[in-house]
Design a protein. Structure first.
Lengths: 258, 318
């Protein structure tokens, strides 16, 4: 054991443990987002979409698909990852994680990996559901997957940080409810930001979610609100920021250790 | 043989300014059962938490199996199992899943056979597929022990293992501890139940207000500090101790019906026959007599109160 440099069994054990919880709650984990996606289609796609015709050469119902997937990806990654690390803190089983021969980066890898896996799976299920309502063609499938994975990892990492920061369940709900949902709705999930008045358009550019949704939509339809390079850069930048924050948390033991 | 656990100049001051541990030095040998005694808030749990990696030390060094717990944390922690004081379990998971997780966390290869053995030893096998929340408090305690043993630790920490536990589980636990010791596992336990330490431990450390005030072999400690008492129930009550018996430190009890003689367990045992002889000569009759050796509890209480006498001050938290 003394030669152990990467505790792969530890990472795998956490990953499997977290995925098992997902399996146990499979019904609510998958059915809820699928139903809400269907509702979005009924409301936005059928009711509004018939009056909107096209956005940037794409039928409106198809146009909102990437935004819808992103919306679920944000909220699910965030709630999965934050709950995954908050719960052991809450019930006290975190003692075992802290006393195990596992490094902080391995802990992050396992928890964030599991949370991201779940939301990627979910994103694909929503994509499948959407395909039942509108014909979807993906122009750059590899980029689509890349944006999907990166975004899931990004928000899972962000969720992990929220889970460590949260001192109670209210705080755990705070970020998804008060930060992510508004940013997503204002981030062009259901419209192109070109449709906004110029002043609001400028304001919107400070919303990081715009870049994620825009990049993801580009992978589908080849049209985007901002350049793909900028989207990718912003995504990676956000990722680096979260990584730095996690590194700081573990170095200082913030809300984990005395 | 070098000690399996070596603690040097360990100090912990919490952010609140509270000094929970003051310059602790302790070496634990392989295969021994060490009992850490101390009142609530003495620093027992802080000490264990530092060794296990849950709390960061302010100063000092801890080596487990020769590995520094900070720079060589992987090797050090792999050797250590911890059963914390608080019942903290993955309530929604099954017994099997949570014990399997523990083994994996510590980098051990999956071994259903070993996990089965641990569960059987702790009478948990029938409950393996039950959610932990459906178990009783005693069963949850067993689950926590199973988790700590899942990775075959060489050093096992039991923090107040029998607090709030029924007689049966306590007995099982003692049997288990002895079994582990036979396999060479080093056991460090903290307890309030002094009879437990007396029954189980090879060595005893007493911690009070963050200081390790005593470390001693249990037998030596009992001999060194143990008092014996001889109580004689007198035929006729006595008003005062006769001058002829002034050689012995005697006291009258029960309104003169009992005569009590206190002496050091190791020392002047030979005086009992002389006392009884003299009493015979003086015509003092007795109908019954018994002797009692002071327990570890008496020793502990006198030690701690002695310290409190000249230290005073506020309680430290554990």
């Amino acid at each position: 054991m003394s030669g152990l440099t990467f505790n792969r069994r530890g990472v795998w054990a956490i990953y499997c443990f977290e995925m098992a919880r997902f399996k146990r709650t499979l019904l609510q984990s998958l059915v809820t987002p699928v139903i809400s996606t269907a509702l979005y289609f009924v409301v936005f796609g059928s009711a509004i979409g018939t009056r909107m015709s096209q956005v940037g050469g794409v039928p409106y119902a198809a146009f909102i698909v990437p935004g819808l997937i992103m919306l679920s990806l944000f909220t699910e990654s965030l709630s999965n990852a934050s709950f995954g690390i908050y719960f052991p803190k809450f019930v006290g089983t975190i003692y075992e994680l802290l006393s195990a021969p596992i490094s902080s980066s391995e802990i992050v890898l396992a928890y964030v990996g599991a949370a991201a896996s779940k939301s990627i799976l979910l994103g694909l299920v929503i994509l499948g559901t959407a395909a039942l309502f509108v014909p979807i063609h993906i122009l750059h499938p590899l980029w689509m997957i890349a944006f999907l994975v990166l975004t899931a990892a990004n928000f899972s990492l962000f969720g992990f940080i929220t889970g460590i920061w949260a001192k109670n369940f209210d705080q755990l709900q705070f970020i998804p409810m008060l930060v992510i949902t508004p940013l997503t709705f204002l981030g062009g999930a259901f419209y192109s930001i070109d449709m906004l008045p110029p002043a609001w358009r400028t304001v919107t550019l400070f919303n990081p979610v715009v870049y994620l949704i825009s990049g993801f939509r580009w992978a589908f339809y080849g049209t985007s609100d901002v350049g793909v390079g900028i989207s990718l850069g912003m995504t990676l930048g956000f990722f680096a920021l979260c990584l730095a924050l996690v590194a700081w948390i573990f170095r200082t033991g913030y809300r984990l250790k005395n | 043989m070098p000690p399996v656990l070596s603690i040097k100049n360990l100090t912990k001051t919490y952010a609140s300014g509270l000094c929970a541990l003051k310059n602790i030095n302790l070496a634990i040998d392989k295969g021994e059962i060490f009992a850490l005694l101390g009142p609530n808030g003495a620093g027992k749990t802080t000490l264990i938490s530092i060794v296990c990696g849950i709390v960061t030390a302010s100063e000092g060094q801890v080596l487990a199996g020769g590995h520094d717990i900070v720079s060589g944390y992987r090797a050090a922690r792999s050797m250590i199992g911890l059963v914390p004081q608080e019942l903290a379990t993955d309530t929604f998971e099954t017994v099997w899943a949570t014990v399997t997780l523990s083994r994996g966390l510590f980098g051990r290869r999956r071994d259903p056979g070993y996990v089965e053995k641990v569960l059987r030893d702790l009478s948990l096998w029938d409950k393996r597929n039950d959610r932990i929340m459906t178990l009783s408090g005693g069963m949850k305690r067993r689950v926590m022990i199973a988790k700590a043993l899942a990775h075959e630790p060489e050093i096992l920490f039991l923090d107040e293992p029998t607090a709030g536990v029924d007689v049966e589980l306590r007995r099982d636990m003692w049997t288990m501890v002895r079994g582990l010791r036979e396999r060479g596992v080093t056991i460090i336990l903290t307890t309030h139940y002094i009879e437990e330490a007396e029954e189980m431990a090879d060595r005893i450390g007493v911690i009070s207000k963050g200081e390790l005030i005593l470390v001693e072999d249990k037998a030596t400690l009992m001999k060194k500090l143990g008092k014996k008492q001889l109580t004689l129930q007198l035929l006729e009550p006595m008003g005062a101790i006769p001058a002829g018996l002034s050689r012995w430190p005697l006291a009258l009890r029960s309104e003169g019906h009992e005569l009590e003689y206190s002496f050091d367990a190791g020392g002047d045992r030979g005086d009992i026959p002389a006392l009884l002889r003299t009493m015979g000569e003086l015509g003092i009759g007795y109908k019954d007599l018994n002797t009692r050796q002071s327990s570890l509890e008496d020793i502990f209480v006198s030690l701690v109160s002695e310290r409190a006498g000249h230290a005073g001050g506020a309680e430290a938290r554990s």
